[in-house]
Design a protein. Structure first.
Length: 283
């Protein structure tokens, strides 16, 4: 059984600017404009914001950083909704994703199914406060191991039970009489039925899996939604595992789009995580 303490974030996709189309729009409207940023997320938000007042002709000095900084100051955050990233997040617990999916506006999720995917090879996420204490760690490990073993046992027994039920159902069906006449030994369920049996077994057996069970989730979110998440989940009041995820996401986002996320400060906390704060919350 593998134990995990750090989330992994894969930046799956991000936007690109279609320069030809931008040039066509500017030409069609008789203006020339260019940005000092080459980051699609920073550009698309500035372009979108400038549409509101058609302010391409005489931009104020300071370039993209100043423009997006002003958007933060006046909290005109809807233009930040045009910048979008997709992340694949692994090495996080089911309790973390239960909190993550509460973020609704501007988010999309696709999470590993415990009904279809076998959890008998599951990994578990251990909270740092437990991992750093040998006594707590051994209590945690014993509980997780027991739950894991119960899951494997239940899944096996449920599989046999449901399979038998399906075979009995099949034997009682009018179709069976004809097929059995051709091949009396063919009692093996077909592929679709096998999937249904496994799903029925796993969806019941998973009821004993702990919150610590590792999961994987693909998330797509826009810059405004991500800022809201960073502020709520990077807070000192947030749960440490999701605060760690917020910090990993912030690192990726600052690197990719500093003009959108560079205003965040990270302050070390006694538990080893970092509090995330900004002078421009709730943009
Ligand atoms: C430290 C902490 C502790 C928490 N504790 C608990 C807890 O004990 N129990 C619990 O159930 N949850 C808890 N939560 C979750 C919290 O209540 C929110 O569900 C979660 O943080 C998502 O916030 P949100 O609704 O603002 O985000 P989103 O759903 O992403 O919404 C973003 C913003 O859009 C607007 N919005 C979204 N949906 C609507 C709507 N339907 N109507 C009007 N405006 C809308 C709001 O302005 C909202 O702030 C906790 C969160 C934190 C950070």
């Amino acid at each position: 059984m593998k134990i995990i303490t750090i989330p992994t974030v894969y930046l799956l996709s991000k936007q690109s600017i279609q320069q030809g189309e931008l040039d066509r729009f500017l030409t069609d409207h008789g203006v020339s404009w260019s940005s000092d940023s080459s980051v699609a997320a920073e550009l698309v938000t500035e372009i979108a914001g400038r549409v509101c007042y058609m302010s391409y002709a005489k931009p104020r000095p300071g370039g993209n950083a100043a423009y997006l900084g002003h958007i933060k100051e006046v909290a005109h955050g809807s233009v930040f909704e045009h910048a979008v990233w997709s992340f694949l997040v692994t090495g996080v617990s089911r309790s973390l994703t239960h909190e993550l999916v509460r973020h609704r506006a501007g988010w999309a999720y696709s999470q590993l199914s415990q009904r279809y995917v076998d959890e008998s090879v599951a990994e578990y996420v251990e909270p740092d406060v437990i991992a750093s204490d040998p006594d707590l760690h051994s209590i945690w490990l014993e509980a997780v191991t027991q739950a894991h073993e119960a899951y494997v046992k239940l899944a096996d027994k449920l599989f046999e039970k449901v399979k038998l039920q399906k075979v009995m159902e099949y034997l009682r069906s009018p179709l069976a009489a004809g097929i059995m006449a051709c091949n009396p030994l063919n009692l093996e369920p077909d592929r679709e039925t096998r999937t249904a049996i496994r799903k029925t077994a796993r969806q019941a057996a998973r009821s004993v899996l702990p919150n610590a069970t590792e999961t994987k989730i693909t998330v797509t979110a826009n810059a405004r939604a991500l800022r809201h998440f960073l502020e709520q989940r990077g807070s000192v009041h947030a749960e440490p595992e999701i605060r760690k995820l917020a910090n990993v996401l912030l690192e990726v986002l600052v690197q990719d789009a500093p003009n959108l996320f560079g205003d965040y400060k990270r302050t070390p906390l006694p538990d080893g995580t970092f509090e995330i704060t900004t002078d421009h919350p709730k943009v």
